[in-house]
Ligand binder design. Structure first.
Ligand code: SAM
Ligand SMILES: Nc1c(NC[C@H](O)[C@H](O)[C@H](O)CO)[nH]c(=O)[nH]c1=O
Ligand code: TYR
Ligand code: SF4
Length: 377
């Protein structure tokens, strides 16, 4: 594809037009340095117009309450069977201690997700267990924003208890969940999902649960697990589904929407052998993640203004570089990270506020602490 086509696509994007899927694929397939530089520059200009120069971060803590999981996603090094080496399930005291420590260290958010543990029930009800998790944190720390439970976890509860997704989400919201992570999206393509996560919810169900959350007033994030077996066409198909969902959310005037897009490059080092062998590398390819992040900004930015790289997966240097490829947020301090660290990620498990600030300042951009919904703090 001649560069003239790329220039034409980028010019139209700068004028505010939405990219078509075919145009998105053209951008992703570029290999010439000049074309890639032009894509980066366009993503950076759109970032400035859509989100401004300030780079945000959040003081938050991850709590992964258990890694015991009934599913077997082919990318996941975190899951264990009950009784396996390294299997864990936090008790209520540990949950309170971690929350207390988070609050003491200035966290405004707890980001909570876990494995799908069939034993996590109270009086035979999965929902009762999850509500107790929420209550345990919220009774002690009502001020903390609880960002919790992926669409897959919502479906797990609904399936076990025979409930509608809306009933599960309303109950979680009424008990103290304030927003939901848009994880379990992986790649929204059922052909890819058959290899990556055959036991997970399908594409339509992920979209349905996220849309239901918005209808019920819960903001969500959105993610993509990239850099494994997916094609450029499937990557763009994923972005197209997120964009349509957000457009519909806006058109229907739902009370909440997607706050941000987070690219999650696959870490293969300790991932189950079959996928790791198929992918053939241990760590993400930074240049691939940067280009895909830039195309995501161009493709989604009219509707999803905030884009975050993952310092856990790319390292802080890689994530800082992504701030010049369309990203405007450096994510959270996290305090602890297990999921990708167990997969062999090199980025670390915790960031000090000063470290994030120094990284942002190295680009001569201003920094600002935010809350989960991107309000300044
Ligand atoms: C581990 S799950 C936790 C919540 C719940 N068990 C679920 O699957 O929805 C959270 C997300 O971590 C990401 N993740 C897991 N393993 C990863 C890996 N090896 N590299 C990058 N991201 C990974 C996936 O995108 C996954 O949806
Ligand atoms: N929690 C993890 C993130 N990012 C989450 C953000 O810090 C935050 O929860 C979000 O911006 C909502 O405000 N990224 C990872 O790679 N790994 C995590 O565990
Ligand atoms: N970043 C996601 C949560 C997340 C957690 C763990 C991961 O490995 C990846 C993503 C969100 O805030 O919505
Ligand atoms: S990604 Fe989530 S559902 Fe899949 S195996 Fe890991 S913990 Fe379980």
């Amino acid at each position: 594809m001649p560069t003239i086509t790329v220039d034409h696509i980028l010019d139209r994007a700068l004028m505010g037009y939405d990219l078509s899927a075919a145009e998105g694929v053209v951008l992703l397939k570029q290999t010439q340095p000049e074309a890639i530089a032009a894509i980066r520059a366009t993503a950076d200009k759109l970032r400035q117009a859509q989100a401004g120069d300030i780079v945000t971060y959040i003081i938050n803590r991850n709590i992964n309450f258990t890694n015991i999981c009934e599913q077997h996603c082919s990318f996941c090094a975190f899951r264990r069977d009950d009784g396996d080496d390294g299997a864990y399930w936090l008790d209520w005291t540990q949950i309170i201690e971690k929350s207390q420590d988070a609050v003491k260290r200035g966290a405004t958010e707890i980001c909570m997700q876990g494995g799908l543990n069939p034993q996590a029930q109270i009086n035979g009800k999965s929902l009762s267990y999850y509500l107790k998790l929420v209550e345990t944190i919220k009774q002690e720390f009502p001020q903390i924003h609880l960002h919790a439970f992926s669409p897959q976890e919502v479906q797990f509860i609904a399936r076990i208890d025979g409930l509608k997704y809306a009933d599960v989400i309303s109950a979680l919201r009424d008990t103290g969940v304030n927003s939901m992570p848009g994880t379990a999206a992986e790649v929204l393509d059922d052909q890819v999902r058959r290899v990556l996560c055959p036991e997970k919810i399908d594409t339509v169900t992920w979209l349905e649960i996220v849309s239901t959350a918005h209808k019920l007033g819960l903001y969500t994030t959105s993610t993509m697990l990239s850099g494994h077996i997916e094609t450029p066409e499937q990557q763009i198909g994923h972005l197209e589904k997120l964009r349509s969902l957000q457009q519909n959310t806006i058109n229907q005037r739902y009370p909440a929407s997607i706050t941000e897009f987070i690219l999650l490059p696959f870490v293969g080092q300790e991932a189950p052998k079959s996928l790791r062998r198929k992918v053939g590398r241990d760590q993400p390819v930074l240049t691939d993640a940067l280009l895909l992040g830039a195309v995501a900004r161009i493709f989604l930015g009219n509707y999803i203004p905030n884009h975050q790289p993952s310092w856990v997966k790319l390292g802080l240097t890689g994530a800082t570089e992504a701030l010049t490829w369309g990203c405007n947020d450096l994510g959270g301090t996290l305090m602890e990270e297990h999921i990708t660290t167990m997969a062999g990620a090199v980025g670390g498990t915790c960031m000090e506020v000063e470290t994030l600030q120094t990284a942002i300042a190295s680009l001569k951009r201003p920094y600002q602490q935010r809350d989960t919904l991107y309000q300044k703090i």
